[in-house]
Design a protein around this ligand. Structure first.
Ligand code: PEP
Ligand code: MN
Length: 445
């Protein structure tokens, strides 16, 4: 592990993709320098704690649940929205912990998930072509020339939005909201109208009885009233991530203090590219997305660069092969990496390989395909004798209609009803809980 991070100038001289094109270099430099002066959003010791939890996952002693929006928005920084996401993630984690009888490491796609890679640089509507929306970190969602301009000042907006979100997340995690003894209250303001809800309520009652028994025996531990919850996002925007990097006063090692866990996307994981070069120097736990064309050699080459010391917890491979390719393509990737002797976390992103456009133009995913990929992931690991360590899900706490199927049997005609995502379609609350029960069954097997 190198002691210091390469300068932004050195990184910018490397092949780098999916970066904004700012009109005014001086204004950009001023923003970067301002960000460098601001306090860290997360702390090195917390990143180390998460790395240790992920090491437990790599050693089959825990399971990873990572989830949240595809793209957070500045407008979404409000208590109801943040609480909704936390509530669904905690509910899912409870279901999995109880069934699997093992700890679930909880990581949000939250407090920093504001930059998006795009397949096309431009978007055309009614004969007008404008730059694509690249997340609130880069430009505005509105389809106007002004909104779509790349504005470096938005990076300060990312910092502020992330700070406000983390502040509330930390309060919820330790201030009583996450107390297992209030497990019923997490869902008190939801209409109890679904089968999934009834299943969840039954489980919550069972847990409540177990807790009451423990308390009657005099066991009343802090662990029941607080929760470890970590923040993650795609480390896409090099200017921002570099500016948020700080040297830890204890170890003198660099940490990217914009989030606890950072991942490299499918489009930016080039082995000689700027993203891999930057992230190999920071001590945070890292994720890397692996799509359906990944070979075993590709994965090993990435692991050799990002995890040269074979350190469990350092590297999480987030595979997103799609339901059709998972059973054929995943085994060779796992086998090649396991043959190096290192222990990585294998996590399944069943979202990004299963996206398609519905007849009516909505970008969507079907709940059945998502379940099929998760099942394929578990089957492959079962066959190889390796540990299916976790899942990576795009979800929201709201009752949106963005993905098809699930308990409410959402059809293409329902998509228009509540399609609110700024980027990819997310599972709604019921679909998320239903998936959690399915995963719980696989964990209990
Ligand atoms: C994402 O996680 O939103 C994303 C863009 O994923 P991927 O890099 O796997 O396509
Ligand atoms: Mn996405």
């Amino acid at each position: 592990m190198s002691q210091s991070v390469p300068s932004l100038e050195v990184l910018n001289a490397l092949p780098r993709v999916q970066q904004p094109t700012y009109p005014d270099p001086q204004a950009t430099a001023a923003v970067i320098s301002h960000l460098r002066s601001l306090p860290p959003l997360v702390f090195a010791g917390e990143c180390d704690d998460l790395r240790n939890h992920l090491a437990a996952v790599a050693h089959r002693k825990a399971f990873l649940l990572q989830g949240g929006d595809c793209a957070e928005t500045f407008a979404g920084v409000n208590a109801a929205n943040i609480k909704g996401k936390l509530r669904v993630l905690l509910s899912m984690a409870v279901v999995m912990t109880y069934a699997g009888q093992l700890p679930v490491v909880k990581v949000g796609r939250i407090a920093g998930q504001y930059g998006k890679p795009r397949s096309n640089d431009t978007e055309t509507r009614h004969g007008i072509t404008l730059p694509s929306y690249r997340g609130d970190a880069v430009n505005g969602f509105e389809f106007t020339a002004q909104a779509r301009e790349h504005d470096p000042q938005r990076l300060v907006g990312v910092y502020n939005a992330s700070a406000a979100t983390l502040n509330l997340v930390r309060a919820f995690a330790t201030g009583g909201f996450a107390d297992l003894r209030g497990i019923h209250a997490w869902n008190a303001d939801f209409v109890r109208n679904s089968n999934v809800e009834a299943r969840y309520e039954a489980l919550a009652s069972e847990i409540e009885r177990a807790l009451a028994f423990m308390m009657a025996c005099g066991i009343d531990d802090d662990q029941l009233s607080t929760v470890d919850f970590y923040a993650s996002h795609e480390a896409l925007l090099l200017d921002y991530e570099h500016a948020m990097t700080r040297i830890d006063s204890r170890s003198q090692l660099p940490y990217d203090c914009s989030g606890h866990l950072l991942w490299i996307g499918e489009r930016t994981r080039q082995i000689n590219g700027a993203h891999v070069e930057f992230l190999r120097h920071v001590r945070n736990p890292l994720g890397v997305k692996l799509g359906p064309t990944t070979t075993g050699e590709d994965a090993v080459a990435i692991a050799d660069v990002l995890d040269p010391d074979h350190e469990p917890g350092r590297l999480t491979f987030i595979t997103r092969m799609g339901s059709k390719a998972v059973r054929t393509n995943l085994p060779r990737v796992i086998e090649a990496v396991e043959a190096t002797g290192r222990k990585v976390v294998w996590s399944c992103d069943p979202m990004h390989g299963n996206t398609f456009e519905a007849e009516n133009g909505y970008k969507t995913r079907s709940f059945a395909d998502i379940c099929d990929e998760v099942n394929g992931f578990f089957d492959v690991h079962e066959e190889l004798g390796t540990w299916p360590g976790g899942v990576h899900i795009e979800l929201t706490g709201d009752d949106v209609t963005e993905c098809l199927g699930g308990i409410d049997q959402l059809a293409e005609a329902d998509l228009a009803h509540r399609y609110e995502t700024a980027c990819d379609p997310r599972l709604n609350r019921n679909q998320s809980l239903e998936l959690a029960f399915m995963i719980a069954e696989r964990l209990a097997d």
